[in-house]
Design a protein around this ligand. Structure first.
Ligand code: COA
Length: 375
């Protein structure tokens, strides 16, 4: 009885404040509004590096030299294409399925094409990680084309990771500043310590299961609107508001009804999300490029009230939702784009968990009926 009482007192619902393990991949310093990948500030990486360099850093632990980057790029570009049966599987997905459900299933399909158990040599898993990194955009774009009744566009090896994604979705590559904003968004989304999907990935890795299973589970966790799904919810909210003149009334009604305002708040960053300023700059550049200030004007009204009156700051999804909208992506593709980026962090965590593994298995305090007889 005393042990049960103690267990109930020890509960950390939502694992709030629990440090579950060490990681050398990223560090969140909320009081400094700072996020680092392998020691480098993310805003500096976003300004000075391509997403391919950031992916290399997360997977290998160091920024690449020129020749390391060239060979990493060559490997990624050579692995982009998916097999004909894989294309056929994607073609058969129901056209009204959410693209997060189709990318989850398409990644899981890749896991059926080889027998992988997990706990294997890191070199083998690293190859699988690069394969997933290269193929996920192709799976997303293939599904995107088919659901519109269009034929697929094959990946092109002479384009960068970001250029190629635009090419596979739309058949053309937009101006440099648009590609750069997309690339920066991928860097911002790539990694964020023990967030829900990464923790799900590590839990699966800790059972000595394979990387495909871990990434499939992580995609399922990312889909939720309290996690990755928020960038879609933000744009739906902005579109629902429609005009700057309606924003304040809309927000006040929502707050009075004690409803959440999407794109605000964060479990870890109580004083603001370190990734917001650089993504906000991208949103401003995209708004100027598109000649459309609507979303930035609505955003400013919401932010002023949320920060000024509630002390709740915007998170990365707040500027990235409208940024993806201005880039021309449909709303239901925003979280799959997050997958195309976060695969780098998930893969790095999968490898890290495997390198020093212990099964993740917490306890629970039982709250059901007392012990009883069947008859
Ligand atoms: N809109 C309105 N109120 C919010 C809010 C939001 N987006 N985020 C937090 N709050 C309020 C809570 O209702 C709570 O108010 P209360 O004390 O009167 O009950 C208070 O702020 C503290 O929030 P809390 O519930 O402790 O935050 P959390 O750590 O449990 O939740 C999130 C963090 C991210 C789940 C939450 O802020 C949220 O749901 N945000 C919207 C979804 C989103 O943008 N998710 C992306 C995260 S990167």
């Amino acid at each position: 009885m005393a042990a049960a009482k103690k267990a109930a007192n020890d509960i950390r619902k939502g694992l709030v404040g629990v440090v579950a393990d060490t990681t050398a991949i990223s560090k969140v310093v909320p009081e400094k509004r700072m996020l680092t990948y392998r020691g480098y500030a993310v805003h500096e990486l976003a300004e000075k590096c391509s997403f391919e360099e950031v992916a290399y850093l997360l997977l290998m632990g160091e920024l690449p030299t020129k020749s390391q980057l060239a060979s990493f790029r060559k490997k990624e570009r050579a692995a982009r294409e998916i097999t004909r049966p894989h294309v056929e599987v994607i073609k058969r997905f129901p056209k009204n399925a959410h693209p997060m459900d189709t990318i989850r299933t398409a990644v899981s399909y890749l896991g059926t094409t080889e027998v992988a158990w997990g706990g294997e040599p890191a070199k083998k898993d690293l190859e699988r990680a690069i394969n997933l990194f290269a193929k996920i955009p192709t799976m997303i774009a293939t599904d995107f084309r088919f659901r519109q009744g269009k034929s697929r566009i094959k990946p092109k090896a002479d384009l960068s990771f970001s250029e190629n994604f635009f090419h596979m979705c739309f058949g053309k590559v937009p101006p440099k500043e648009v590609v750069r904003a997309f690339d920066i968004s991928l860097t911002c989304y790539a990694e964020h310590s023990f967030n829900a999907s990464t923790f799900a990935d590590r839990v699966i890795a800790s059972t000595r299961s394979d990387i495909y299973s871990a990434v499939t589970g992580a995609i399922g966790a990312l889909k939720g609107p309290l996690h990755g799904g928020a960038n879609e919810a933000v744009m739906e909210m902005l579109a629902d508001i429609g005009k700057p003149a309606k924003a304040e009334k809309w927000l006040r009604k929502r707050l009075a009804n004690k409803q959440l305002v999407m794109g605000f708040g964060h479990r870890v960053y109580r004083w603001g999300d370190s990734r917001v300023p650089i993504m906000r700059q991208c949103l401003e550049d995209l708004s100027a490029w598109a000649g459309d200030d609507t979303w930035i004007e609505i955003s400013d009204i919401l932010e002023n009230i949320m920060v000024g009156e509630k002390g709740i700051h915007p998170n990365l999804d707040f500027p990235s939702g409208p940024a993806y909208y201005l880039m021309g992506f449909p709303i239901n593709l925003y979280t799959p784009i997050f997958v195309a980026s976060r695969i780098t962090g998930w893969a790095a965590h999968y490898l890290e968990q495997n390198a020093n593994n212990m099964l993740i298995r917490p306890l629970s305090a039982y709250s059901g009926p007392a012990e009883r007889k069947v008859r």
